[in-house]
Design a protein around this ligand. Sequence first.
Ligand code: GDP
Ligand code: MG
Length: 451
Amino acid sequence: MAVNENLRTPIVSVMGHVDHGKTSLLDRIRGSAVADGEAGAITQHIGATEVPIDNIVNKCGDPSLKDKFIVPGLLFIDTPGHHAFTSLRSRGGALADLAIVIVDVNEGFMPQTIESLHILKRFKTPFVVVANKIDRIHGWEANKNLPFLATYNKQSERVKSDLDNKLYELIGELYNIGFNSERYDRVNDFQRNIGVIPISAATGEGIADVLMILLGLAQRFLEGNLHYDATAPGTGTVLEVKEEKGLGTTLDIILYDGTIKKGDTIVVGSLGDPIQTKIRALLKPRPLSEIKAEEKFQQVSEVTAAVGVKISAPNLEGALAGSPVRVVSTDTIDAITEEIKSEIADVQIDTDTIGITIKADTIGSLEALVNELKKEDIPIRKANVGDVSNRDIVEVTAIEDPFFSVIVGFNVKILPDAKEKLQSTDVKLFLNDVIYRLIDDYKDWVKKQKE
Ligand code: GDP
Ligand code: MG
């Protein structure tokens, strides 16, 4: 076996609590390659980093591995700051083919990370848990860039058992969420057990293991999902809607199928009717060697999946993060516009005649919130993307049942005029960036009201 030309690069999302080491891990995957003189091989995308298979295999120190793998490499998404993994969807479900859940081994899982685990479960996304910062374990002797087992075997018995205990705690927490897991070298069947890989993003220990296990998962579970058609019209997901100096509103997208060209007409979701527009420019970051150049981006005439790219085009102001973006022709524009509209409306439907009103920052996170509320049998009257507006308050004021005169907002804020309005009403507002906290807060409040 060798690299199969018909398979695209698997898309890997890195999730974890702030400060647990997402950026450091990606830097390590990128940076040590720069140090190894392999910088040319690594491609920086918009919102993503591509590591080719040769590079990964070199890092693992066994060239014969190359023949074992059929994927061309791995594309790591730099999940934008606060955006939960929930925002990243594709037509088939989750945008990411694989995921890394990173956790500070000394702190354990945090609420948002647990939420990410639930979502991975729902989408059945294969993933690994990376237990980071092992170098912080008292007495740890760092062995730069060694694979995990090699460095583990050099540690004292006390350090080993200290780490083992911390891992057991993680494994216990994973069990409570419904996952069987084991330290990765003890996993025989990755379909049944989640591998937990101890690493240090600071020293590079265990990084090779992470790359190897990801390739193994891609190989074993993804082949059927990675077929793509380079000649098909481009299909992607909006990562971020961003203002850029001199360009106005732009879209950072991950293209997961087909090709997208300068001058193509695209359709992208918005709160109202989908936006139809023509691509003025496709932009990629400048190579590292040209970092001092005046312009941040360079133009390209076309790109093929899987790739992260910035789109500059007119009328992108209302575009929604997390929404689909598709290349259309005069024959397909109407049908695809309808499809995108209904895909967004599916989430935004007025679900029940009575119920609470919910808001979220992206379609994906709104969908996640709807799902969790349904599990709790909490009826939803209206679900919408965007900050809490004056209009939301006015609408909810008209609801007589006090238990439903409620707005629940995930990852959103309340607009200034709405805040003022809220004070003169009995509307109850809950805001949080953790879904289950929102639900708990609402349930606690309802319970108190009933007492
Ligand atoms: P992020 O918020 O998840 O992207 O976390 P960062 O990668 O920014 O890391 C947060 C902090 O933890 C930074 O100060 C890093 O230098 C530090 N850090 C990350 N990984 C490690 C590690 O493996 N060992 C140690 N000692 N510090 C780390
Ligand atoms: Mg970071």
